[in-house]
Design a protein around this ligand. Structure first.
Ligand code: PEP
Length: 267
């Protein structure tokens, strides 16, 4: 049974005061981990330390949105994996679509980041997802295969014990247009089959695959849709952008995850 993971990607949002207030509200709500759901927040680099202090002793875990794969040294503007570990991060996101498509990170660079982060013992959320034109051209599975193949090149099955995959269709990120639960389930199933064929069935069964892209819980309808999404057998949680910036909405997504886990529909 895979534990659901609800992860908040704060992107380049918050200031110190809002970051610590948001983190504090989550820490207060979750002094202990819910039975069935892991909770993670990924604030901007400058707020990792104050957020770490705000969530200290709670069930909320700390992650970073990016890192550089090289050892500390002459890489102006970059942040080393050792630095993340030093400030209490146990997670790092690699390959977010904004890093791929806005900041121009290549498959080769992302592979180096995945390998280096796993080697350091960090949990990695590796993001994959197709653009709208690729979906419309029926290339979704090809794109996902390519991103998995290149991103995980050189990683042994053992190395992937700390890997979480996030399926984030680019057209759904920050647009308010969420993939349907059927679209998400189909992509997740495909990703799990890829893991089984490239590695083995056990690894595929154990690896969590999150959905990301306009997951919301701002009203009853959105809560129900999020619950139904998280009930899909191959959907093991959510990577949440905009809605993770509002404590109440993020909590409602976590609650939807708890309900989905209780319903026991995940594999
Ligand atoms: C994201 O940034 O990973 C994301 C899914 O954003 P949003 O939830 O805002 O679409």
């Amino acid at each position: 049974m895979r534990r659901l993971l609800i992860a908040g990607n704060w992107k380049m949002n918050t200031l110190r005061e809002t970051a610590t207030a948001l983190a504090g509200a989550l820490a207060e709500a979750y002094p202990q981990e819910p039975d069935s759901v892991e909770i993670l927040v990924c604030p901007p680099f400058p707020y990792l330390l104050p957020v770490r202090d705000a969530i200290d002793g709670s069930a909320v875990q700390l992650g970073a949105q990016n890192a550089y794969h090289e050892a500390p040294g002459a890489y102006t503007g970059e942040v080393a994996l050792d630095m993340l570990l030093d400030v209490g991060c146990r997670w790092v996101i690699v390959g977010h679509s904004e890093r791929r498509h806005v900041l121009g990170e290549s498959d080769e660079l992302l592979n180096k980041k995945v390998q280096a982060a796993l080697a350091k013992g960090l949990n990695v959320i590796y993001c994959v997802g197709e653009k709208l034109e690729q979906r419309e051209a029926d290339q979704t599975e090809q794109v996902l295969d390519h991103q998995m193949e290149t991103g995980l090149a050189g990683c042994s099955g053992d190395a992937l014990a700390k890997l979480v995959v996030a399926y984030e269709p680019v057209w759904a990120i920050g647009t308010g247009v969420r993939a349907t639960k059927e679209q998400a389930e189909s992509a997740h199933k495909h990703l799990r089959e890829w893991l089984a064929s490239r590695y083995n069935a056990e690894l595929a069964e154990q690896t969590r695959i999150l959905y990301g892209g306009s997951v919301k819980a701002g009203d009853d309808q959105q809560k129900q849709e999020t619950y139904e999404l998280l009930c899909q057998p191959n959907v093991d949680g959510a990577l949440v952008g905009g809605a993770s910036l509002k404590a109440e909405e993020f909590k409602a997504i976590i609650e939807a995850g708890e309900r989905a886990a209780q319903a026991g529909t995940n594999a």
